[in-house]
Design a protein. Sequence first.
Length: 78
Amino acid sequence: MNLPGWRGLDLYGASGLGFAATKVVARGTTDLYRSTNQTLEIGGIQGTSTAISVMELMPPRYDGLISRLSEQKARTAD
């Protein structure tokens, strides 16, 4: 997905009809407004909802997942 001007983007799928959450890092409200409008230009997107987070309470924890995947890969390689 090419979204010019976005500083960061994560896309999360969730169960439920037509739901996806994006995480955007914007320079300010003008940037956020523009990125929201760009999202609405993507085919199939019918609406958006915006929430602003001012701090990250718990960083993503990927270490455990990566370790488990490495162990699984090592077991299947044997």
